[in-house]
Design a protein around this ligand. Structure first.
Ligand SMILES: Nc1nc2c(ncn2[C@@H]2O[C@H](COP(=O)(O)OP(=O)(O)OP(=O)(O)O)[C@@H](O)[C@H]2O)c(=O)[nH]1
Ligand SMILES: [Mg+2]
Length: 386
């Protein structure tokens, strides 16, 4: 998996009292007197993290960070597949991270979904209720400390505690859902059940730090309805945050990772290729085409402009209107990656990783090679002004 080149943080100006952490999350520099870490790396970065700084004297303290993330996207946009591929994505990173559940349900989810996607090579079922998971991503980072003339290095544990909310995409569309749709409860309480879930969704949104927004370009090209699944909930969220006095000016106090999903699909890959959005990392032996971090926003804009209904352009404007620029980052993602040939290379003539059985059931042709799945989570950890 390719990563952008790290760039040095300007905080290195604090030459005398700087602690540096080197590793996959990049170089972290902070002034010992400051409670704020500054981490400088482009994609997989923590840019600003509240943390009690380790002391020079005595033992270095482990780093514990937490975040609450909500997944936002239309039905079938890839939210649950994203979570199902997280374990595999983490295992493909150069640096060793471990993913474990913080409770029984979350542990079961990882086990079951990994078995579904990798063992049985099938996809998760559609989501019918608001699900909440709690996971811990753990690793160690290399630390080098400098203070005046003294230097020392060592490894300290880092733990990211991630709470994730995965709702059914259908909930995002309706402000007051008509009872006839009965998406969640099939019996005579259908309407009530749906309203309860919608309320849970809004509560979850209002208590989250971060959003991962799933823009499904395939769905947009065929149905053109991304705006429908964005605007009404956005208006309700703005209203709630306004009432609780949490708006910052007219903007929402949340960080948002905009994920363009399913770019592995031939139709979307072709669009990306023709638009000049693709590149191949020469260090990647599989020669997999990717949309680099600095092209992802252009790719998103281009897809929005080509939306048949124009609705996606409204989504694009709303993101710019409701979120401060430093709180937004774009990623082209694929939970399943590409089918590789026998030489473990991308084959331009045969790369789609999904096949269909005689009854039309979709299945995965081979192992999954998730692309840009962990990166949004790591970026969100430190993005914007938390
Ligand atoms: N090509 C491709 N298809 C994907 C990818 N991720 C998901 N899909 C397809 O999209 C379907 C829906 O994915 P889900 O993750 O269940 O979608 P969801 O957003 O959770 O949908 P709801 O639970 O209904 O809100 C899957 O069954 C796959 O067929 C991907 O990375 N690439
Ligand atoms: Mg789902």
């Amino acid at each position: 998996m390719a990563h952008e080149q790290p760039h040095r943080n300007e905080a290195s100006g604090h030459a005398n009292n700087v602690v540096q952490f080197r590793d996959i999350i990049g170089d972290i520099h902070f002034h010992e007197a400051s409670p704020v870490f500054r981490v400088a790396k482009s994609v997989t970065e923590l840019t600003k993290v509240q943390h009690t700084p380790p002391k020079w004297r005595g033992k270095l303290q482990p780093i514990n960070l937490d975040q609450r993330v909500i997944l936002w996207g239309a039905p079938g946009s890839g939210k649950t597949c994203y979570l199902a591929s997280l374990n595999a994505a983490i295992s493909l990173l150069e640096r060793q991270w471990f993913l474990t559940g913080a409770d029984v349900e979350s542990t079961d989810f990882i086990t079951m979904q990994t078995a579904t996607l990798i063992g049985r090579r099938t996809f998760p079922e559609a989501t019918y209720f608001v699900h909440e998971f709690s996971w811990i991503m753990a690793s160690e980072i290399e630390v080098e400390m400098r203070q005046h003339w003294r230097r020392a290095s060592g490894r300290i544990p880092i733990q990211l505690h991630i709470e994730v909310v995965d709702p059914p995409g259908g909930l995002y569309a309706e402000a007051t859902p008509p009872p006839t749709l009965g998406l969640f409860v099939e019996d005579e309480n259908g309407f009530e059940g749906k309203a309860i879930e919608k309320d849970r969704l809004l509560n979850a949104l209002a208590t989250s730090d971060c959003i991962i927004y799933f823009f499904d370009p395939l769905r947009e090209r065929h149905y053109g309805d991304s705006w429908e699944y964005f605007q009404s909930t956005l208006a309700l969220l703005e209203h709630r945050l306004h009432q609780s006095g949490r708006l910052i000016g007219s903007r929402l106090p949340l960080n948002i990772a905009v994920c363009i999903t399913k770019y592995d699909h031939p139709e979307i890959l072709d669009f990306a290729r023709k638009g000049g959005h693709l590149w191949v990392d020469p260090a990647d032996s599989t020669l997999t085409p990717q949309v680099s971090a600095d092209r992802a926003e252009d790719f998103f804009d281009h897809l929005c402009r080509s939306s048949p209904t124009g609705g996606a352009s409204l989504v694009r404007h709303a993101i710019k209107r409701y979120f401060s620029p430093e709180r937004v980052r774009y990623f082209a993602t694929s939970s399943i990656g590409f089918h590789l040939n026998d030489s473990k290379r991308f084959d331009p003539a045969d790369h789609y990783n999904i096949g269909a059985g005689s009854d039309g059931t979709l299945f995965l042709r081979g192992n999954i090679t998730p692309i840009n799945i962990v990166e949004p989570l790591l970026w969100l950890q430190g993005a914007g002004g938390r």
